[in-house]
Design a protein around this ligand. Structure first.
Ligand code: ATP
Ligand code: MG
Length: 448
């Protein structure tokens, strides 16, 4: 029998099915609309709070939570110490709120809390003890501790009194129920947490892992070269998760039929990623005419590498306008011919900006798993007409040197190609407002 789960929270005891967290006892199932107030307690890692940055990072995290919950009935958000308490409006459904919180970057873990009745004449804390029992009874554990925090100093009991009262009550009830458990204050398998605030008395014991990382928009801007495939969207997410705000550039080729190009795929990927950082800009560059120039003027074996170098140079123009501090690509070592160490170095040599490749050491399975989690998998899995397979060389170079590519480019008017690419580009802007992603602006339509 399981006694603990991977995230450190105790397993639920049979017969309560240990399915998704949404089926845990005490958390309403899909579609449930509660008539009482619900609370979510959010914990973040302390790492980014060291030094004078605390206010900045915490402010961004609070802003992200508020924005993520603006359409699901947020009543109040407050921050009594090292955690954040979210109070949902009366009757607000819990499931969408949990879904939103689970995607907020910078959240280490969160929990749905039970509200205990408050009666300041009840010095034995009977209401609180009963709520704690309801919370822990379905859980499987062999040792436990009770931890209380009190931001309401008017509460009749101090935390040093609350913890032993509730702990003793739980221990007695557990033993009465024939459970072999003991108190362990140092390394408990289960921690029953109590929050006493001026607004409510809360109890929770089940941790749900959050997205982790740093709060959105805390690290500066980057420009991602976004194809329609799996990798680059995941690469963008990984950098967002470190606090970067990411803009996107997509190079498209015309499909055989109108509307068949990859523009709609890139747009759908950007829309999927916007809720993590709340706004995004997408540059769409028609690439086929430039590819033809490369096909006509350069050696076949270097074609794909020259496409990539041209993409980087065009992306840098947008990066400069966008105040980005670097570029992102979805390269992964050895995945395809253009991603050998030699070829990545030869391609990267064309970039003046730092080029980040957050997937370079990841396996495809890891990348796919993350794509599934962030919701881009289904979009990238759709067949689409990509510009890159166009005029693919029969035998691409596997070990190009920068000098090989410089030489190949000397026969081409690269500066002119960059100018043409930039000039032909369309620009679209998206934002996340009240739970929906909207396209707010479009400069020149991307006619694909
Ligand atoms: P992905 O790597 O996203 O799955 P892919 O496999 O089609 O897409 P690769 O050939 O692996 O692309 O290209 C490596 C990287 O080059 C991509 O991850 C992306 O950053 C960039 N790239 C490739 N094609 C495009 C494109 N059409 N528009 C923008 N960037 C692109
Ligand atoms: Mg790839």
């Amino acid at each position: 029998m399981r006694v603990g789960s991977a995230d450190g929270s105790p397993a639920v005891r049979p017969p309560v099915p240990p399915l998704l967290y949404l089926s845990f006892q005490g958390v309403p199932a899909r579609g449930d609309v509660s008539t009482s107030k619900r609370h979510i307690v959010v914990h973040y890692h302390e790492l980014w709070l060291k030094g004078g940055n605390r206010r900045f990072f915490l402010g961004k995290l609070l802003k992200a939570l508020r924005k993520s919950l603006e359409d699901v009935g947020l009543a109040k958000l407050h921050c009594p110490g090292d955690r954040i308490l979210i109070e949902l409006a009366e009757g607000a459904p819990i499931e969408p709120a949990m879904d939103r919180v689970s995607r907020v970057l910078g959240v280490a873990y969160f929990a749905v809390a039970r509200e205990a009745p408050r009666d300041d004449t009840d010095l034995e804390l009977q209401g609180l003890c009963r709520a704690a029992w309801e919370e822990v009874e379905p859980l499987e554990f062999r040792s436990f501790a009770v931890r209380a925090k009190r931001s309401d100093k008017a509460f009749p009991r101090r935390t040093s009194e609350i913890e032993p009262i509730v702990g003793r009550f739980l221990l007695d009830r557990l033993r009465d129920a024939g459970r072999d458990v003991r108190v362990n204050l140092d390394e408990p398998e289960m921690t029953c947490r109590i929050e006493v605030t001026p607004r409510s008395v809360l109890v929770y014991a089940r941790k749900i892992p959050g997205a982790g990382g740093m709060p959105a928009n805390t690290a500066g801007r980057l420009m991602c070269l976004l194809s329609g495939g799996f990798d680059s969207a995941v690469a963008a997410y990984k950098m967002m998760r470190r606090g970067a705000h990411v803009s996107f550039v997509h190079f498209w080729g015309g499909g055989a039929q109108p509307g068949e190009s990859s523009v709609h795929v890139a747009r759908a990927l950007v829309r999927k990623l916007v809720p993590y950082q709340f706004t995004a800009t997408l540059f769409l560059v028609p690439f086929e005419p430039l590819q033809r120039e490369i096909v006509n003027g350069a050696s076949e074996e270097f074609r794909v590498l020259l496409y990539r170098r041209l993409m980087l140079r065009i992306a840098e123009k947008f990066a400069r306008r966008d105040h980005s501090l670097g570029l992102i690509s979805g390269d992964s070592l050895g995945q395809v011919a253009s991603q050998t160490l030699h070829n990545m170095a030869a391609v990267g040599a064309a970039a003046e900006y730092p080029l980040y490749r957050p997937l370079v050491g990841d396996d495809k399975e890891q990348i796919m798993a993350l794509a599934r989690r962030i919701g881009t998998y289904e979009i990238s899995a759709e067949p689409f007409h990509d510009c890159c397979p166009l005029f693919l060389p029969r035998a691409p170079a596997l070990h190009a040197y920068p000098a090989d590519l410089d030489r190949a480019e000397s026969a081409l008017d690269i500066a002119e190609f960059v100018r043409r690419g930039v000039e032909a580009a369309a620009k679209e802007r998206f934002h996340f407002l009240e739970g929906r992603v909207e396209q707010v602006e479009s400069f020149r339509a991307a006619t694909a």
